[in-house]
Every structure is written in structure tokens, then in C-alpha cells.
Write a protein that binds this ligand. Structure first.
Ligand SMILES: [Zn+2]
Length: 233
């Protein structure tokens, strides 16, 4: 679609997707043609990074535009092959308006090493994101992969896919990116601690309970698996 025909909303979201792609690339959360970024427009259609492109160097006209079944609604670029991850997330979460899928190295390494990212260790993360659940392995590019995250999407804004990458959900693009940023920073700290002490120790339950009370007092309502116990029992 020609730029002149974009609404203000579409132009703004296309530009923001490119910006988040560059940030993710510069921060090493994606390399090569990895990852994909999407945003849901007010009319329910989805703007998503195109297949095969390097997301660090995207231009607004290269972003694909699809409906909720993943079909292109214009003659522009083809959507990412991992569009299913985004569609499942938007289906399950009407509140979600943007999604980042990336391959943040420390977080992915943790899933390969089998280190539990659900463990409550860092106060700031307990209060905000909560535990970080990991979906079972699904083959990339297949219809099986999106289904591996469907249940987790209902109870967390942040999740890992085993041996593969992250999915972070947000009220807008910067919110989804912020959660990716926090996820990889958390994984890096836990990785360093894991190596330094030969394992991780959760904070005592009593401290976790107090922090979840603080969270309630602060009015933070993101989906937090330590609170809703998703995947923890
Ligand atoms: Zn991926």
C-alpha cells in the first residue's frame, strides 16, 4: 500500500515497528533475519514484520499487513513465517496490542540449559513480570509452534519457547519491547548468578508474598504467573 494511503495510525505503527526492530537488533536480541514484531490496529488487522528481512534495517513500507487469519490484505510484503505466534496471542488476549518475538541469547540459553526462569529471585521482576514460563519445544515454521504457547499467553505477558526464543505481549509496541528488555536482563543476571554459585536459590516464600502484596498496592495488573500460579502447580 502506498504511504500516501496510510492512515495516521498505520503510518505511526509502521514506523514504530521499524524502530523496535532496530532497537532489538542493536541490543542483540535478534541477529540476521531473526524475530518478528507486530501491532494490532484499531480495525483488528495486524501489521507485522515481513518474512526473511533483517529487522534492524526495515523501512515502514516493508511491513506486512494481514487479517486475523494471517492473510495479506494488500499486495505488499509477505508476513513473517512465524505470524501464527502473533495470531494465537491476539486471539487469546483482546487487551494485547503489540507483540515482540526475539531470540535473546541469555534467555534462550537458560531454556536449553534447563534453568527455571519461573523461580522468584529478583524483587523488581516478581512485582512486575512475575515468573517467566517456558513452552514445550515446537518446530519453527509449523502450525504446532503457535499452539505450544496458547495456554501460557492466557496467564503471562512474557514467555519463552524451549530452545528457540521469547514472546512478549504489550499494550503497545514500547510496552512489549520493554518486557523483552527486562526478560533478557533478568536472564543475564540469573545466568551470571547460576554460574557463579552453581545454581539458583529462590527468595523465601514469605518475601515473595510481601512483594506480591506490594504489587497489588501499586495497582500493577499485568498477568503474573507467581500470582495466578500458572504452570506452577
Ligand atoms: Zn523465532
Amino acid at each position: 500500500m502506498a504511504a500516501a494511503r496510510w492512515t495516521d495510525e498505520e503510518a505511526r505503527l509502521r514506523t514504530a515497528i521499524c524502530r523496535i526492530g532496530k532497537l532489538s537488533y542493536d541490543r542483540n536480541y535478534i541477529v540476521g533475519a531473526d524475530g518478528n514484531i507486530s501491532a494490532r490496529m484499531a480495525d483488528g488487522t495486524i501489521l507485522i514484520t515481513p518474512t526473511g528481512a533483517m529487522k534492524g534495517f526495515l523501512e515502514p513500507h516493508q511491513v506486512a499487513h494481514v487479517d486475523m487469519t494471517g492473510r495479506a490484505i494488500d499486495d505488499g510484503p509477505k508476513p513473517s513465517s512465524e505470524v501464527g505466534i502473533h495470531l494465537v496471542s491476539y486471539q487469546e488476549r483482546p487487551d494485547v496490542k503489540a507483540i515482540c518475538h526475539a531470540h535473546p541469547p541469555h534467555a534462550v540459553a537458560m531454556t536449553i540449559a534447563g534453568v527455571d526462569l519461573q523461580m522468584p529471585v529478583i524483587p523488581e521482576i516478581i512485582v512486575t513480570i512475575g515468573g517467566i514460563p517456558t513452552a514445550p519445544f515446537g518446530t519453527p515454521g509449523t502450525s504446532e509452534l503457535p499452539e505450544t504457547i496458547r495456554d501460557l499467553v492466557r496467564c503471562s505477558d512474557v514467555m519463552m519457547m524451549q530452545n528457540h526464543g521469547s514472546v512478549t505481549l504489550g499494550a503497545n509496541l514500547m510496552d512489549a519491547y520493554k518486557k523483552l528488555d527486562m526478560l533478557e536482563h533478568t536472564a543475564k543476571i540469573l545466568w551470571l548468578a547460576h554460574v557463579a554459585r552453581g545454581g539458583l536459590e529462590p527468595l523465601p516464600e514469605e518475601d515473595v508474598r510481601k512483594m506480591l502484596e506490594t504489587r497489588a498496592q501499586l495497582g500493577i495488573t499485568t498477568r503474573n504467573t507467581l500470582e495466578n500460579r500458572c504452570g506452577l502447580e
